[in-house]
Design a protein around this ligand. Structure first.
Ligand code: NI
Length: 171
């Protein structure tokens, strides 16, 4: 099932999500499957559960856009263990469509998370995967990438979004 993506302005995006405590249930497996399906449909490389209106600490990532099955990652209750190096590059978010900004991130990031069965794992990613680890983990804490841009750019973006909301072009 493809969920519609929740857009900036919905409070679910700026609230800390709840920890997942039950694993390996049919509901959890179905939700994860639906999250991948919704992410591919929206042409994203990462999706957090709050972006489909579900306040749980679950994110999915696939930096290969569905090309490599081994790149499909499920991050449940993730934490960032290590951030090394720096990268600066364009970043966007499915919940803030039409906007992209330069964001400074770590270039090599190690996370600790649980999988759908509740098993803990650690994984290190570089470049785009490192960026996705940070972006998607922050989503689950109610933090959006626009917190990493200047207040001036953020206010300009919010004004443009308000205008679109008033015109009924935001949803
Ligand atoms: Ni996002």
């Amino acid at each position: 099932m493809i969920y519609p993506i929740v857009k900036f302005g919905d409070p679910v995006l700026e609230r800390e999500a709840a920890n997942v405590t039950e694993f390996d249930t049919p509901e959890l497996h179905k939700l994860i499957e639906d999250m991948f399906e919704s992410m591919y449909a929206a042409k994203g490389v990462g999706l957090a559960a709050p972006q489909i209106g579900i306040g749980k600490k679950i994110s999915v990532i696939d930096v290969s856009n569905g090309q490599k099955p081994e790149d499909k990652l499920v991050l449940i209750n993730p934490t960032i263990l290590r951030v090394e190096g720096k990268q600066v590059g364009e970043e966007g978010c499915l919940s803030i469509p039409g906007f992209r900004e330069q964001v400074r991130r770590g270039n090599r990031v190690t996370i600790r998370a649980q999988d759908a069965k509740g098993e803990f794992y650690e994984k290190t990613g570089e470049d785009l995967l490192a960026r996705a680890f940070q972006h998607e983990t922050e989503h689950l804490d109610g933090r959006l990438y626009i917190l990493h841009i200047s207040a001036l750019k953020r206010d300009l973006m919010k004004r443009k979004i308000k205008k679109m909301q008033r015109a009924g072009d935001w949803g």
